[in-house]
Design a protein around this ligand. Structure first.
Ligand code: GTP
Ligand code: MG
Length: 200
């Protein structure tokens, strides 16, 4: 799929203030620093559209980017960020939870998983919660450029095996790198197909 336009629309802390839910959207979620903002930039080929940082906790709001005038990509704050107060953490969790649960035009969520790590409890817990809430999602394993293909595949297999302990059908997944562009075409095709199912 060709990306002809990608523009920042708004940042919000309340899903009710997000743009009118009249076109489909996909949201990117995952641990702080996993590469959500970087993946969005890689997909739309604009290095500085979503703000990225070496330090976790960069994205703190719900950010809407309009793509090809047809759908939104949504950059969310990460979970598992240690250096915030308990009050702030609870506030973020509530903001994300309400957004995921009540946003009417959310057609799918991308849960990003660091491809360098063994299965992490907070990722598995988050995915299981999506299941309970019946929110559709796909997985993107990030930072594949940082290690050998073999190591990536071992970690992906370990993660999917862990998921198969609680899931009968496994989710669609992609291996990606914001550095090399790996996974771009496949992720965009998934987004296009998923958005095509949306009806107002
Ligand atoms: P928060 O907004 O803090 O939750 O983080 P995030 O998930 O949006 O991560 P972000 O995109 O800001 O990336 C975090 C760091 O990882 C940055 O230094 C990125 O340059 C780096 N990074 C992200 N994706 C990749 C990747 O695929 N490969 C490599 N080598 N580095 C990456
Ligand atoms: Mg971010």
């Amino acid at each position: 799929m060709k990306i002809s336009s990608a523009e920042f629309i708004t940042s919000n802390t309340d899903y009710k203030k997000c743009p009118a839910p009249v076109i489909p959207e996909l949201a990117f979620i995952g641990r702080s620093n996993v590469g959500k903002s970087s993946l969005i930039n890689m997909l739309v080929n604009k290095k500085k559209l979503a703000k990225t940082s070496n330090n976790p906790g960069k994205t703190q709001t719900i950010n809407h980017f309009k793509i090809n005038d047809k759908w939104y990509l949504v950059d969310l704050p990460g979970y598992g960020f240690a250096k915030i107060s308990q009050a702030k953490r609870t506030e973020w969790q509530q903001m994300i939870y309400d957004y995921l649960k009540f946003r009417k035009n959310l057609v799918s969520v991308f849960v990003l998983i660091d491809s360098r790590l063994d299965p992490q409890k907070n990722d598995l817990d988050f995915i299981n919660q999506l299941g309970e809430d019946q929110i559709p999602f796909g997985l993107a394993f990030t930072k594949a450029d940082k290690q050998t293909k073999n190591k990536t595949h071992r970690n992906v297999s370990a993660f999917m095996k862990k998921l198969s302990e609680s899931w009968e059908t496994l989710p669609t997944y992609f291996i990606s790198s914001a550095e090399t562009g790996e996974g771009r075409e496949d992720v965009l095709n998934y987004i296009e197909a998923t958005c095509a199912e949306f009806k107002v």
